[in-house]
Write a protein that binds this ligand. Structure first.
Ligand SMILES: Nc1ncnc2c1ncn2[C@@H]1O[C@H](COP(=O)(O)OP(=O)(O)OP(=O)(O)O)[C@@H](O)[C@H]1O
Ligand SMILES: [Mg+2]
Length: 300
């Protein structure tokens, strides 16, 4: 079931570009990792989806509700974590969460207390005395506490230490298991790697890649370390199209390989191989390629 449906959505800020012709969807039981360099348009997309910005053109719906005509209902139903959270400095976490609940027309849900425990937040300490990460926890709790069917999270783990990042991974993986749809904007590639099913990468307001994470990983460059009995003539192996480069250390060669491995394995088989080790796919370098300034903005 499609929960978030975005059709040719554009938003320009006067003359400056925000997002251009963006189309994607997020299904129930799915986590969409929403990536892109600073200024790519992630926050603009999210704020437009929540009715805080009016789209210049295009349409979108969340849970079948139109983002322009039914934004009040959408905001009530969605769990939203803004990129920049402004909290009243003199209130404590409990006050703030009670206030957020009242905006939704509910009393403080029981789930909020469980989340406070799980994230180890001091609920009575004034906000102005909390660290950045501890303030961020309040944002996470208010997004999850009413058990929404849809979570829209703009850089949710910024400021969280690695342990809490993992706790957070657990929260969204559990939400997914329960059938929720999650739109996760993030710069933390490890987090996206651990949680997302689909990846959407935008740059300069346009989609540059949109595909399942597994597919992206299969396409990523792999490093294969091969120890030969005697170093073979490497130009023969370099002629294999999948081989991008190689590094030699004695009789050991680390090949960088991309795509279908078949021809490479067959070429290797002509020589005596003592050991062969496949190092994990380098997802980070793949993302970097998409992020680079000089790579083309194009639909793929
Ligand atoms: N209120 C605004 N007025 C004019 N331009 C804006 C406004 N907000 C954002 N922009 C521009 O829109 C583009 C997209 O910004 P946006 O904040 O959506 O990027 P982002 O992908 O969320 O970046 P980051 O990773 O830094 O959070 C940028 O070029 C930005 O300068
Ligand atoms: Mg942003």
């Amino acid at each position: 079931m499609t929960v978030i449906q975005v059709q040719a959505l554009s938003k320009t800020y006067g003359r400056s570009r925000g997002i251009q012709d963006l189309s994607f969807q997020v299904d129930a039981k799915q986590i969409l990792g929403f990536l892109g360099p600073n200024g790519a348009g992630k926050t603009t997309t999210i704020r437009t989806l929540l009715g805080m910005l009016r789209p210049t053109s295009g349409t979108a719906s969340i849970l079948g509700l139109d983002i322009q005509k039914q934004s009040v209902e959408i905001r009530r139903k969605v769990g939203y974590l803004p990129g920049e959270l402004n909290l009243y400095p003199d209130m404590n976490a409990l006050d703030v969460l009670t206030y957020f609940a009242s905006l939704r027309g509910i009393t403080l849900p029981r789930l909020s207390h469980e989340l406070i425990q799980q994230l180890q937040l001091d609920p009575k300490k004034p906000i102005c005395k909390l660290s950045k990460g501890n303030k961020q926890k309040i944002g996470i709790i208010q997004a999850f506490m009413h058990d929404p069917q849809v979570l829209i999270l703009d850089e949710p783990t910024s400021g969280l230490d690695p342990l809490l990042q993992h706790t957070f991974d657990g929260l969204i993986l559990e939400a997914k298991k329960q059938g929720k749809a999650v739109l996760l904007s993030s710069h933390v590639l490890g987090e996206v790697d651990r949680t997302a099913d689909q990846i959407l990468i935008i740059k300069q307001g346009q989609v540059v890649a949109q595909r399942p994470l597994m597919e992206l990983k299969n396409q990523a460059q792999q490093q294969v370390e091969v120890e030969f009995a005697a170093l073979p003539p490497l130009h023969r192996l370099h002629n294999v199209p999948a081989v991008v480069e190689s590094r030699i250390q004695g009789n050991t060669v680390v090949f960088t390989v991309t795509g279908n491995m078949d021809a490479f394995i067959k070429a290797l088989a002509q020589y005596e191989v003592l050991t062969l080790r496949s190092l994990s796919a380098n997802l980070e370098s793949l993302f970097m390629d998409f992020y680079k300034e000089d790579s083309d903005v194009q639909r793929v």
